[in-house]
Design a protein around this ligand. Structure first.
Ligand SMILES: *Cc1c(COP(=O)(O)O)cnc(C)c1O
Length: 473
């Protein structure tokens, strides 16, 4: 009963018609609540195997330290929207221009997600339909490039993303890709070198934004270069979107023609997002027609690249953007950087080669090959995982090891920060990592041995630390 029983009875006596309407409405709300709240139990009854695996994943997360820079932890409210019956709605097109009936509710949901995304990022246009960060990039590439057109982007082995033109991806197969590089000594972006390269290769699209770069990116400089050579600029902020929302990293929104991001990295549901700032309605000629850039992006999303949107993800994105607008979310972005700096400093103190000498964002890149003769990224990842510390191997710029071995690891602080850890715990984590990385026996470039006592002791310390910082909603 959602309304006081006496009021309900009184209404029934005085106005039977209104009473019935209210009861019907309330009944539907009650049934929706009951339907949705039982979903985890329904899974346990319908599929024990999958249910147990979900529980195992929860257990893994509770008892190990998550330091993968590309991961985050969404709220249960986001999970609830993802697991709602909105998932069943099939339609094509955008709010107000759909190809199926029954869209009045999902239209409102999508408009809400769009307006919150625009507010969170200070954007003029937002497209919440991309299924992933990769799809968002694919849509932008398909919108402004023809087969064989030239892209200038940061190479994959330098910190770029596979969807920025790697030969193994659609972006590298259908377009002519040229790369810019980080400086050989400092590992920093050298804007003068990028400008020279752009003048030399005359790209139609410049891509900036990275998966492995721990310093601030100067989007304004990238735009000046793009303007000089008459290129579009795409800023992919997948990794730093949360920092951009909070203003702890400069925003590309009004500098780039297009800004893309994944929505899970800043702490939302899986999915992608395309944003545009002041250039959103600049005209583009497509065939013989001229239309605003945003409308062309819309058409390239559907029917150009994607089919039906995942409207449960759209609902979950709306929930996340509301969270991202809160003071608490913004404050946490500062803490994420504070923790990353503390972890970088602790590792530097312990003698590690932290690339660029530190970090401006949530991410730390470490060349572990410089710690010990024979140590590689893959060994570091594997032995730390055995001890309850989850990281990923990563090539460092100009790496002599291949992508399956690597010389580096990449660390990130979004999840540990979300669960309440602070700078003191970052020091503890650095020490735990150090005892493992110095203690393992290196057998080959991918194989290692570890003493049981070191492994068990570390696992126990990790568990103790984790138990003080359980997963937060
Ligand atoms: C993670 C990432 C993506 C890919 O996002 P998905 O949603 O996993 O496809 C794109 N670009 C950059 C820079 C990324 O770091």
């Amino acid at each position: 009963m959602l309304v006081d029983k006496d009021i309900s009875e009184a209404l029934k006596r005085t106005d039977g018609k209104v009473y019935e309407l209210v009861e019907n409405k309330l009944g539907a709300l009650r049934r929706s609540d009951q339907y949705h709240s039982g979903s985890f139990r329904a899974l346990s009854e319908a599929d024990r195997e999958v249910y147990e695996l979900v529980r195992q994943e929860y257990d893994r997360l509770e008892n190990s330290i998550q330091l993968i820079a590309a991961e985050n932890q969404c709220s249960r409210a986001v999970l609830a929207a993802l697991g709602s019956i909105v998932q069943n709605k099939t339609t094509e097109g955008f709010a107000g221009a759909r190809y199926h009936g029954g869209c009045e509710v999902v239209d409102t949901l999508e408009r809400l997600a769009v307006s919150r995304a625009k507010e969170a990022f200070g954007a003029r246009y937002a497209n919440v339909q991309p299924h992933s960060g990769t799809s968002a990039n694919q849509i932008v590439l398909a919108a402004v490039l023809n087969r064989g057109d030239r892209i200038l982007s940061l190479g994959l082995d330098q910190g770029g993303h596979v969807s920025h033109g790697a030969p193994v991806s659609f972006s590298g197969r259908f377009f002519d890709v040229e790369n810019y590089y980080v400086d050989k000594e400092t590992f920093l972006l050298d804007y003068e070198a990028i400008r020279e390269k752009a003048l030399q290769v005359r790209p139609k699209l410049i891509v900036c934004g990275a998966s492995a770069y721990s310093r601030t990116i100067d989007f304004e400089k990238f735009r000046a270069i793009a303007d000089e050579v008459g290129a579009y600029l795409l800023a992919d902020i997948s990794h730093i979107a949360g920092l951009v929302i909070a203003g702890v990293h400069p925003s590309p929104i009004d500098h780039a023609h297009f800004t893309t991001t994944s929505t899970y990295k800043p702490g939302g549901p899986r999915g992608g997002l395309i944003l545009m700032g002041q250039d959103y309605d600049r005209p583009i000629t497509v065939g013989t027609r001229s239309l605003p850039l945003w409308a062309h992006v819309q058409k390239t999303t559907f029917p150009g690249v994607q089919g039906t949107p995942c409207l449960n993800n759209v609902a979950a994105k709306a929930v996340f953007f509301k969270e991202a607008l809160s003071a608490q979310y913004r404050a946490r972005q500062f803490k994420i950087i504070e923790n990353a700096r503390a972890l970088a400093d602790a590792l530097l103190d312990l003698g590690y080669d932290v690339l660029t000498g530190g970090t401006d964002n949530h991410m730390i890149l470490v060349n572990v090959a410089h710690l010990r003769e024979g140590l590689t990224g893959v060994i570091a990842q594997k032995c730390l995982e055995r001890c309850g510390i989850t990281v990923n191997m990563n090539r460092v710029p100009y790496d002599t090891n291949g992508p399956a071995v690597t010389s580096g690891i990449r660390l990130g602080t979004p999840i540990v920060t979300r669960n309440g850890m602070g700078t003191e715990q970052m020091r503890d984590i650095a020490e735990l990592m150090d005892s493992v990385l110095r203690g393992v026996e290196i057998l080959s470039d991918r194989e290692y041995g570890i003493e049981e006592s070191l492994r068990d002791q570390t696992c126990e310390k990790v568990r103790q630390l984790c138990s003080r910082f359980p997963m937060r909603d």
